[in-house]
Design a protein around this ligand. Structure first.
Ligand code: PMM
Length: 293
């Protein structure tokens, strides 16, 4: 585990504050599970991106494909139409933009528009062109643990030992990334909470974050507003899951615990409270370590 509250590792080419980074979520989709449809028009998406930037997001993660369980894929043309104007406008506004895509062509055009990070939830498995394209572009890469597209992933949530199998999968995809020419210092890993994982699997992985940070790449964690939090917070009277937009306090709690465990970056819908929380975790850890300002 890293020093409490201080991220374990950094990714070449990205900001390095002495705390976990906060990646703001900007889904330009009709159907993402928490904010789908809200920012589908480019102007609205750009305006929301400006809000995330003003709240202090270190990175803004622009995505045009919903990965909610069961979601259908948009065409490549449609994905490009959704994301490229948004990436361009936010880069012009001074943001560090991450492109959340499984398609090499979308990633390539986003990089041309100024994106500095490719966030590939398939770890390079969905598009054989992705790893070589990222290698030649020189940007940073997030490789997430993945077991297939959204229409099939829930049936693949079967593990004997979820932590060991996720770590094995992440190591094997990191090796594929090195083999394609992406330098190790540009790669972060992500256990992919909710992707071919039940809520129980997610909690098991969270409790084992120290084993993930020991793999040797900075760890990104994306728990914000996910279904397992809705289940945890379900109404005791009706059993109904907590609504997505009312899961931010729990998401912030996860962010602070993840920061304590040495996670490099947390992906969040509610940027301002998440940033406050990781600052608290870092200050607290510095006090413990005797390195406070
Ligand atoms: N989850 C979603 C989208 N992109 N990217 C990474 N690296 N890790 C994730 O777990 C992840 C992701 C789905 O959540 P959303 O609908 O709130 O964007």
């Amino acid at each position: 585990m890293g020093v409490n509250g201080v991220p374990k590792g950094s990714v070449a080419g990205l900001p390095t504050p002495p705390r976990a980074l906060v990646m703001g979520v900007l889904n330009v989709t009709p159907d993402s599970f928490s904010d789908g449809g809200l920012w589908l028009e480019p102007e609205r998406a750009i305006a929301h991106g400006h809000e995330l930037l003003a709240e202090g997001a270190d990175l803004i993660d622009v995505g045009g494909e919903s990965t909610r369980p069961g979601a259908a894929r948009p065409s490549e043309q449609e994905e490009l139409r959704r994301v490229i104007p948004v990436v361009r406008a936010l880069v012009e506004a001074g943001a560090q933009v991450s492109i959340d895509t499984m398609r090499a062509r979308v990633a390539h055009e986003a990089i041309e528009a100024g994106a500095v990070l490719v966030n590939d939830v398939s770890g390079g498995l969905a598009d054989p062109e992705m790893l070589p394209m990222v290698a030649s572009s020189g940007v940073a890469y997030v490789s997430m643990h993945w077991r297939g597209f959204s229409d099939q992933m829930q049936s693949r949530a079967v593990y004997d030992d979820v932590v060991a199998e996720v770590i094995k999968g992440l190591r094997s995809r990191a090796e594929a990334a090195y083999a394609a020419g992406i330098p190790a210092e540009r790669i972060a890993i992500d256990p992919g909470l909710g992707f071919a994982k039940t809520g129980e699997h997610n909690w098991t992985l969270l409790a084992a974050l120290d084993r993930l940070t020991a793999v040797g790449h900075p760890v990104l964690l994306a728990a914000s507003r996910k279904t397992f939090l809705g289940t945890l917070l379900s109404d005791p009277a009706t059993g109904r899951p907590r609504r997505t937009v009312e899961r931010d306090d729990a998401s912030v709690a996860i962010a602070v615990l993840a920061a304590r465990a040495g996670v490099w970056c947390v992906r969040a819908h509610a940027v301002r409270p998440t940033l406050d929380a990781v600052k608290v975790a870092a200050r607290w850890g510095a006090e413990e370590a005797g390195t406070s300002p």
